[in-house]
Design a protein around this ligand. Structure first.
Ligand code: NAD
Length: 279
């Protein structure tokens, strides 16, 4: 078997094109504010890519860049100002924050109506109650990739590896809401390979390059690889050993070009949703 490669860049283009049509019908375009603290090179690239897509879609977009030594009160004041700014529809604070800042206290401050990445306690609470509204962008992108590929979810056995608040937990919940039986693994899981082997759908969100080996995967499994890791050779690698996986699985996302572009597409959809509701 040779896997079908799920092209996230192509799907993201389709999502963005469909959204652009809806944006053109709005009298005032949606407005996204992105807050970046410090000069982490990966974060700078992510923020730049988000700005590029937002501008292409005709959104109003502003980036607030604060120095790495910004204090928590100062950052919270910046978030408060965006909350109060009636011209801003959606706010994203780019993570990770420098270590001296408590990301929870900053995220807790974002107005849930402007929660572009579905990460505030209110958004997460709704998701956990089975009433998803503004959903975290990367998990939403994973589900959209499965849906677009026509992967049936009801009754399927899925494994999620990783339990972060921004990816692992919400994606596990979304799969469960889509009627998968979800096995949720993490750094303390015993026999990770055994758990992965039993799954028909594998979502890897770990941050360890090529942790999941080809021979861990069931024949015909569908693999969504969220990981973005810089290998020793300088190349980007996923959490799944791609070359080993391709002959075994039925579908797999590449890294780069899989989940990454879908994260941005879902951010644009969330911004549009927040904007439409505020009008
Ligand atoms: P995180 O560090 O917050 O969480 C990683 C999780 O993996 C933890 O829950 C931990 O329990 C688990 N884990 C760590 N080592 C493990 C092991 N050996 N076995 C099993 N589980 C293990 O990371 P995150 O923010 O969730 O990101 C995960 C990966 O996804 C990273 O590579 C990150 O760069 C990438 N990411 C990609 C996108 C995207 O748009 N494609 C978005 C967010 C994160």
């Amino acid at each position: 078997m040779t896997a079908r490669i799920l092209d996230g860049a192509e799907l993201a283009r389709r999502c963005n094109d469909a959204l652009a049509v809806r944006v053109s019908a709005l009298a005032v375009p949606p407005s996204l504010a992105v807050v970046l603290v410090g000069a982490d090179p990966a974060s700078q690239i992510y923020v730049r890519n988000k700005a590029r897509v937002a501008e292409k879609l005709g959104f109003r977009h502003q980036q607030i860049t604060l120095p790495a030594d910004t204090g928590e009160l100062e950052l919270i004041a910046a978030v408060d100002a965006l909350n109060a700014d009636r011209s801003v529809d959606a706010i994203l604070v780019q993570l990770p924050l420098p270590r001296h800042l408590d990301a929870n206290r900053v995220i807790d401050r974002i107005d849930p109506a402007k929660d572009a990445d579905g990460c505030t306690p209110a958004s997460v609470g709704l998701l956990h109650l089975g009433r998803p509204d503004l959903v975290a962008c990367t998990p939403a992108g994973c589900l959209r990739l499965l849906e677009d590929a026509g992967v049936p979810l009801t009754g399927r056995d899925a494994v999620v590896v990783g339990r972060s608040n921004i990816v692992g937990r919400p994606v596990a919940r979304l799969l469960e809401l889509a009627n998968c039986s979800v096995d949720h693994c993490h750094s303390r899981t015993r026999d990770l390979a055994g758990h992965v082997r039993r799954a028909e759908i594998v979502i890897a969100a770990v941050g360890v390059p090529e942790l999941i080996r080809g021979d861990w995967l069931a024949d015909g499994a569908v693999v969504i690889d969220v990981g973005i890791n810089r290998g020793l050779d300088g190349k980007l690698k996923g959490d799944v050993a791609f070359a080993e996986a391709v002959p075994r699985v039925s579908m797999i996302t590449p890294v780069p070009g899989g989940v990454g572009p879908m994260t941005i597409a879902m951010l644009m959809e969330n911004t549009f949703r927040a904007a439409s509701r505020r009008r």
